[in-house]
Design a protein around this ligand. Structure first.
Ligand SMILES: CC(C)(COP(=O)(O)OP(=O)(O)OC[C@H]1O[C@@H](n2cnc3c(N)ncnc32)[C@H](O)[C@@H]1OP(=O)(O)O)[C@@H](O)C(=O)NCCC(=O)NCCS
Length: 197
């Protein structure tokens, strides 16, 4: 059961020295099952320090990429989270390679991992929430997470962070999507910076 309230975490940019701490997390079979092996954080690090490999992904323009490490009160890394910011959100049909629906809100997709030694203490929820609340993502109007429907821990961590179902049927990649729209201030066109709890 996750702690309530969640433990405080702070997002910091993913730096090379933190890679050494994060890499062993990827030796856990459950992490490998959902994210892959040690090449995953290595690739995230390369993305942070280089140019994104795509300028377009599934009909969305990739505006930028973020990769953070969440640290606890003692500045120890407890999680990694990152993803792309897009100019829009699209629904994609891999069978035809076409966009089937477009949402013009600036969006962000994200993936995350918590240090396996700390699972079940609320760090997943706190880290997802920290991404949404980060000044670096203040322009994002819609956060979307693609999750394996069998990944109960990830679904529950996302739900605890305020995400609700966007799709309920697994797509062609066996993912369901959950969303968190950023609330707008009435009468303005920009996000208010407040989100549903
Ligand atoms: C998914 C993950 C990030 C969750 O991190 P966490 O710190 O354990 O999550 P939390 O402690 O914040 O728990 C959040 C909720 O999930 C539940 N939960 C945690 N682990 C669970 C498990 N193994 N089975 C079922 N529920 C679980 C908690 O009880 C809590 O539910 P509640 O808020 O209803 O009480 C972590 O399990 C992980 O790193 N998994 C491997 C990588 C991965 O799957 N990433 C996501 C890819 S989309």
């Amino acid at each position: 059961m996750a702690a309530d309230p969640p433990p405080p975490v702070r997002l910091v940019p993913f730096e090379p020295e933190q890679l050494l701490v994060v890499l062993p997390w990827f030796d856990h079979p459950e992490v490998q099952r959902h994210l892959g092996d040690r090449t995953w954080p290595e690739r995230e690090m390369a993305l942070r320090t280089g140019t994104p490999p795509f300028d377009e992904f599934r009909g969305r323009r990739v505006l930028r990429t973020h990769t953070f490490v969440a640290v606890d009160d003692d500045d120890r890394p407890v999680a990694q989270i990152g993803g792309d910011v897009y100019d829009r959100w699209t629904t994609w049909d891999p069978a035809t390679g076409r966009v089937t629906a477009t949402d013009l809100r600036r969006s962000m997709g994200a993936a995350y991992v918590v240090d396996p030694a700390r699972w079940g203490r609320g760090y997943g929820r706190a880290t997802i929430r920290a991404l949404v609340d980060a000044p670096d993502t203040a322009d994002v109007e819609l956060f979307v997470l693609g999750i394996d429907p069998a990944n109960t821990a990830s679904l529950r961590a996302a739900a605890a962070a305020g995400f609700t179902p966007l799709t309920t049927e697994p797509d062609a990649e066996d993912m369901v999507h959950v969303q968190l729209p950023r609330r707008r201030t009435p009468g303005t066109s920009s996000p208010a910076g407040t989100l549903p709890a």
